[in-house]
Design a protein around this ligand. Structure first.
Ligand SMILES: Cc1ncc(COP(=O)(O)O)c(C=O)c1O
Length: 385
């Protein structure tokens, strides 16, 4: 059986580097190597002295120590450094999931979070986020009904791409209890962690790694810290046996992290609070701007503002948007292709992330957000009187 196509990457491959007004990206504004090193007090020449030999498979000990410092109950030995965040999804699924297993995954989702597990397991179930009038909700009773003694793994991602949903602490603890009661693993993709700009500090939630032993956590520097070109990511796995198996699979993918990336990732981790703060401010300002836009255009969009993360999922009135154009669009996918090809505006169709209905994803992390939003607005029908 062939694995399902990675629609998000396929769609971005068509337009990401040639479309002038990018509104769809999930990463945050990036920085240059020179700026990063200046921030961490290093000279650019220091990078020149990095040796290009193989590195340690599990990752540089200082790198792992800095990562462990981001959690309450995690040691450096629990961390595996990756050659990209997405690699961690592949390693985890290969390690945990067998053909006889059931897997339950939050949906919609970043493609890899579904497709690799679905490819490997016998029985794959989606646990749907539920839209309401003003946002998104999880249905924990529904999760209880999906998980059973044969469930090997629950896959979640909070803050959530694409909806921007984040559970409160009580909901997160209930989710962990469901896993514990059924003795199953949780894969917690926390790559947008720290971008909870609208929450009070008291509402912040812990990493699942700090709550439950049978957890594998994914994180990296691509989103909150704005360094996707570094391809820096890590897994946290507190179970030694599973960690060995994860590293075993890594020997078949990338063996060890690239030395220049490790060097730069260590510097980035030293100034991680500064990097994250810049992007939190950016996301906050862009969200404010977007909320005003959505208020103006509630005739064609249903706006469910994100609680955390750098993305939101917007429901579009396809018939209204079609009427304004020569053709008529039968899907968000068609609408987004047209927008990219004929208007230079890039949105991600919800179909790529497994949405049913007509949704598009917006990303708030880029400096150019407001000008790209203006370019989108110029394509819309005149507001209903
Ligand atoms: C939820 C989620 N997990 C993992 C990744 C993978 O990150 P990277 O592309 O930096 O490997 C992404 C990227 O968009 C993502 O949205």
């Amino acid at each position: 059986m062939k694995i399902r196509p990675f629609l998000t990457e396929q769609f971005f491959a068509l337009y990401e580097f040639t479309t002038p007004h990018v509104l769809a990206s999930s990463d945050c504004e990036t920085t240059s190597i020179a700026e990063l090193l200046a921030m961490s007090g290093r000279d650019l020449q220091d990078l020149g002295s990095v040796n290009l030999g193989y590195t340690e498979s599990q990752g540089n000990p200082e790198y792992r120590r800095l990562v462990a410092g981001m959690y309450e109950n995690v040691n450096a030995e629990d961390v595996i450094v990756l050659t990209s965040p997405v690699e961690g999804i592949y390693l985890t699924m290969q390690t945990l999931v067998e053909a006889s297993d059931e897997v339950v995954a939050l949906s919609p989702a970043y493609d890899a979070l579904h497709h690799v597990a679905e490819h490997l397991c016998g029985d794959f179930h989606t646990w749907q986020l539920v839209p309401n009038a003003t946002g998104w909700e999880i249905d924990l009773d529904r999760l209880r009904s999906l998980v059973n003694a044969n469930t090997r793994l629950i896959i979640v991602n909070f803050p959530h791409n694409p909806t921007g949903f984040q559970p409160d602490r009580n909901q997160l603890e209930q989710l962990v209890d469901i896993a514990r009661d059924n003795d199953c693993w949780i894969f917690s993709d926390e790559i947008y962690r720290g971008l909870d700009v609208n929450l009070s500090p008291a509402a912040a939630i812990p990493s699942v790694a700090d709550l439950y032993d049978k957890t594998i956590v994914l994180n990296g520097l691509s989103k909150t810290f704005g360094l996707p070109g570094l391809r820096a990511g890590w897994l946290v796995a507190c179970d030694g046996g599973i960690r060995e198996e994860l590293i075993g699979w890594k020997h078949y993918t990338t063996i060890c992290p690239p030395a220049p990336t490790e060097y730069l990732a260590i510097e980035a981790l030293r100034v991680r609070e500064q990097l994250a703060a810049r992007n939190q401010q950016r996301v906050s300002a862009n969200l404010q701007f977007c909320s005003e836009f959505m208020k103006r255009r509630k005739d064609v969009f249903c706006w469910r503002p994100p609680v955390a993360g750098s993305t939101a999922l917007v429901e579009i009135d396809l018939p209204a948007l079609s009427r304004h154009r020569a053709g008529s669009f039968s899907s968000a996918m068609e609408y987004c292709h047209d927008l990219a090809q004929n208007h230079g505006v890039l949105l991600l169709p919800g179909e790529c992330l497994g949405c049913t209905g007509t949704f598009v994803r917006l990303g708030f992390g880029r400096e150019s957000f407001s000008s790209a939003l203006a370019a989108w607005e110029a394509t819309l029908p005149p507001p209903a009187a």
